[in-house]
Design a protein around this ligand. Sequence first.
Ligand code: PEP
Ligand code: MN
Length: 283
Amino acid sequence: MKNLKLASLNGDNNRRTIVTVGNVKIGEDLVVIAGPCSVESEEQTVITAQKVKEAGANMLRGGAFKPRTSPYDFQGLGLKGLKILERARRETGLPVVTEVTDPRDVSWVCEYADVLQIGTRNMQNFSLLKEAGKVGKPVLLKRGMNSTLREWLNCAEYILAEGNPNVILCERGIRTFETYTRNTLDLSIVPSIREISHLPIIVDPSHGTGKVSLVEPMSLAAIAAGADGVMIEVHYHPHEALSDKDQAMSPVLFAGLMKRLQVLRSHMNEMRWDRERKSQEEA
Ligand code: PEP
Ligand code: MN
């Protein structure tokens, strides 16, 4: 694809970027990022973090800066939220993924985040992308809800072109005419990205569907489609969540999902092994 000098495979079909965060290798291991939509309190975040860790999650998510549709909705705790995330990381050892919404905040949010998230509404915020490209932290770049694959990869290119090679793509659903689900989770983007880019790609079925009942089936489908991981919203008391409560899993539901993800992963490993063996036999 034209102008994707750094984001595309450039003919090297075996090239894969691995983004290392703590002891997790995104692009190699199956990564599960879980936690609340928003950081609401120390108790809510730390307990949720402990629960997702017990269930086997590798990283903690939680928003301290929340880009909300209405200015009257809960906007996040800002710096106080980041300090709570720091506490949750200390208690659990889980690396933290958190969103940054303003280019002026990038350098200091890096002091608290292990991975900077750029959300769907900011995918084409070019000054934010450039700032994120100047720091060494890995960046989780969500797909814009109205964006094509080409537009999305061009945004990744902005970060790469500034010298930061650690970009993780995240499909989180796009706008279609369908209203039953919050968004339409475009899983065909996963193998499509694989065909043209070396960047790891994960899937967020929580925002992708908006419905807790659909999160498990779409998580499994994402892994079956070849995703490098999933990002799941989990809240210790989902009905009390200050944002996105309809899509939040309880810790019990999440633990069930983790068990089935592990089973699927071992099947996927076998299939990969089969594919490798076949290509060796053909060679
Ligand atoms: C989020 O993950 O917290 C979030 C706001 O997601 P998105 O940008 O995909 O809406
Ligand atoms: Mn959310």
